[in-house]
Design a protein around this ligand. Sequence first.
Ligand code: ADP
Ligand code: MG
Length: 345
Amino acid sequence: PTAIIVATGKGAQHGILIKDAESLEKLAKVTTIVTDKTGTITNGTPEVTDVIAFDNQTEESVLQLLASLESKSEHPIANAIIKKANNLKIELLNTNEFQIIEGKGLKSTINNNQYFAGNKKLLQDLNITFDFSILDKYTEQGKTPVILLNDHAVLGIVYVADSLKESVPNVIKSLHKQGLKVVMLTGDNSKTAKYIANQAGIDNFYAEVLPVDKAKIIKELQGKGEIVAMLGDGVNDAPALVQADIGIAMGTGTDVAIESASITLLKGDFTKVLDAVKLSKISLRVIKQNLFWAFAYNILGIPIAAGLFYPFFGLLLSPIFAGAAMALSSVTVVANSLRLKTIKL
Ligand code: ADP
Ligand code: MG
């Protein structure tokens, strides 16, 4: 417990908030790191890059409808679109009956007309035929399409792009060097996911994953004997954060994610993942050393104090020394744990 308390304090000083001590011990044994994309390895502040209008729409009307629909959403995509509309001084319309369609987008009504905004899966659910290959040119550049539609046709597409956190490629390299597997999970489409995964140096990724399936994939990995740490920030990551052996949330993420995780990285600093693993490994080493010292004193001291060696060597232990030795074993453990304060992360 002393080692854990000192390590927890050390973590806090370095922006690693550890909620339960068990996760600190488990992290040292982790074999696979699973990470969310949006907001975890990307900055989570996407920007609108292209606006495409269909039929009798204009770029402005597409943005107006879409930004109005998104005004009740908390998704990073929504922020990007609303910001763009604000910059262009486009006035938002009143919406009603707002509803999130998990992992796919949202729906809402404007002037009693039903509108939807979202991805490929949403169109498939609505049985709207659409040539998705026109998206490829953009998705291959890492852009995410947000498709605007009413209940029978596509009205326009807005593309948003999010940038990779600068530190990510190096952190991934270090994790690989330590023999850890890294897997990316995202609700985004597979071409966009591939682009980001390539940039990050992650070769194993799952795209177009629904929130419940994020947890399922983690369960599968655990079934194969992997000890999994999950990194995430969104409401959609919460089930996976709970399912993982160690849930790690970005401090910049949603409250639900932070509540579901056992470790939180302040400011969403991705490099802290490495520090957390290092802290965990050193703590575990100190715990093992402590156990050794606590036992070694007693294994040696108790037989001497009991007079076991008296018949052979005339060796006895004065109660005064015995008492001192007893105290010394505790002092050793505490002193050894305090060493954790001086380690460099
Ligand atoms: P992720 O955070 O990994 O993108 P989500 O489950 O939040 O995962 O979203 C999955 C996909 O659903 C998004 O990539 C996007 O295509 C679509 N989507 C989610 N929320 C919205 C929204 N508010 N507006 C438009 N599309 C959305
Ligand atoms: Mg996310």
